[in-house]
Design a binder for this molecule. Sequence first.
Ligand SMILES: [Zn+2]
Length: 293
Amino acid sequence: MKDYLVRGTVKNRAIRVMACKTTDLVEVARQKHDLWPTSSAALGRMMSATLMMGSMLKDNEKLTVVINGGGPIGTMLCVTQGDGRIRGFVGDPHCMFTNNRTGKLDVGYAVGTQGYLQVVRDMGLKEPFTSQIPLQTGEIGDDFTAYYAYSEQTPSAVSLGVLVGVENEILASGGFMVQMLPEATDEDVAYVEEALKDFPAVSSLIHEGSSPEDILRKLFSDVEILGSQDLCFECPCSKASFEAGLMTLGKQELLDMIAKDHGCEVTCQFCNTKYQFSETDLLQLVADMEKSS
Ligand SMILES: [Zn+2]
């Protein structure tokens, strides 16, 4: 089953729902960044939530989510443009912590709680819209729930999960989100609370083969699916996209690189792709700078 997201509503109720499967794209992220299990779980949960948030964007809007809780994993960052493509990274890809009590991967410990979740929405205007909240538990799902409550005044439930296998491979990843629309009644709220009570872990459901639609139908038998979107990990970087960055270093710096190292290697933070610039490449950049100045 490919990775995708579905969104819908519950019949005759002011409830918006969304669910996604992200197993394959989290596996791609794991391979690109050499993620260890707790880093995979943290980034995987964050990518699922960011993709669901991103699916509500308007055209050409760019969404960047940053989490830093002061824990060993460091800064986590995801970017999507609402088109189902996402890229992201974590400060320390080699986190492996399990909770002694539950035996589960300890995402909350890796992320930490002394920090923030920040959302930046760039609508192509001069100033992007930025909003942030203090982290709640560092478990990611709770933190996105709090973001919607405090920053957007939208009562929500965000459930996320990643299941990692013995070879560190991603067995299942995904999530769902339930949101109360402004006109929701107390009865709608009670209906949601009832549906969420004792609901199974979303990663287990995906591992057992449930599709995003199956998850929503299991939550609400009267769900109406309104749309779907394919999801993937994709970074738009290229060697050319790093040329401009190298040129901002200035002519002297480039000449020093040529003299000292006879070239350079640049790594894309988002996808870990390495680009080699030979002495000839760098000389060409210097020539371009001289031409344009
Ligand atoms: Zn890249």
